[in-house]
Ligand binder design. Structure first.
Ligand code: SF4
Length: 301
């Protein structure tokens, strides 16, 4: 296997060629777990969560609690948008490229994969749009082509897994932190260190790094060994490669602890703070949000 220093890896191809060693082998996992346990117990004591009705922290919930507590309380927006459809297609294409590496996936393949899983969201959205869906179809083709260009043919020795469920129980199950990782390579069933791959259907923005860091933390606590790297592959052509160093895990744990404190304060009845920013543009609570209005006026000049 070709050797590429992981710190210079720019693509998923580079990462797999490097056969990376874990950069956070000396991370203080017991210390990180102890800090999370203490924060979870404090939060559960205030919020009243218990194993039968736990607080479930996913990457999206943690992000919302930290970015804007008011947004974290807002019900999710219903409806299917072009962005949602693009995310589904790109995600399915990445899984096909992982599982069937000898056949580069197309948009049609991705739709068929979703259909086989009982998910007709994309089919229905395109059918509803009729002929007007052609620009969207072209955009989907471009995004899948960019993904395929960035995706290596993965050696089966990496034991590729898709939709890997990962979860850490805290405070005896009163709090869980977890989710499903798009693609996991190496790790426990192999001699190789784990590489986690997150696939994003939209455009790169820096906040995506925190999602990958959270998964690195949860996998490290689950497996007792940190992954070597997290890789975020975005449909705009961006690939972000990050070696998992102790500081990455510590920062991720700090975010979870702050999210727990915010969740507890909200559960105790504290008025949710509003923290406007670029995330307001996609916020389900933006209608009627005074902070969003002030931000919009400021941007308008
Ligand atoms: S519009 Fe912005 S400030 Fe208002 S709740 Fe949403 S994210 Fe927060």
């Amino acid at each position: 296997m070709r050797s590429v220093p992981l710190r210079t890896a720019r693509t998923l191809v580079d990462v797999l060629a490097a056969a990376p060693a874990g950069a956070a082998a000396d991370a203080d996992l017991p210390g990180l777990r102890a800090g999370l346990e203490a924060a979870a117990r404090d939060a559960a004591a205030v919020g009243g969560w218990h194993p039968d009705d736990p607080l479930r922290l996913t990457k999206a919930v943690v992000a919302d609690l930290l970015r804007c507590p008011r947004r974290a309380l807002a019900p999710a927006e219903g409806g299917v948008t072009d962005d949602v459809v693009a995310g589904l297609v790109v995600d399915a294409a990445a899984k096909l490229a992982t599982l069937v590496p000898h056949r580069p996936p197309t948009v049609e393949d991705a739709c068929a994969y979703l259909r086989a899983l009982g998910d007709t969201t994309v089919d229905d959205h395109l059918a509803d749009r009729g002929e007007a869906a052609e620009p969207l179809r072209a955009e989907l083709r471009a995004r899948v082509e960019r993904l395929v260009a960035a995706w290596p043919r993965i050696d089966p020795a990496w034991w590729p897994r898709v939709e890997d469920p990962v979860r850490v129980r805290l405070a005896d199950g009163a709090v869980t932190v977890g989710g499903r990782i798009d693609v996991v390579l190496g790790g426990a069933p192999t001699e190789r260190p784990a590489v986690l791959v997150e696939v994003k259907g939209g455009r790169w923005w820096d906040g995506m790094r925190a999602d990958a860091h959270l998964y690195a933390l949860v996998v490290a606590l689950r497996d007792g060994r940190p992954p070597a790297a997290v890789v975020t592959v975005v449909a705009d052509g961006t690939t972000q490669v990050e070696p998992v160093r102790p500081a990455v895990l510590a920062t991720a744990a700090d975010r979870v602890e702050r999210a727990l404190a915010t969740a507890a304060a909200l559960a105790a009845g504290e008025a949710p703070a509003t923290r406007p920013g670029p995330h307001c543009d996609h916020c389900p609570a933006r209608a009627g949000c005074p902070a969003a209005g002030v931000r919009a006026e400021a941007l308008a000049g």
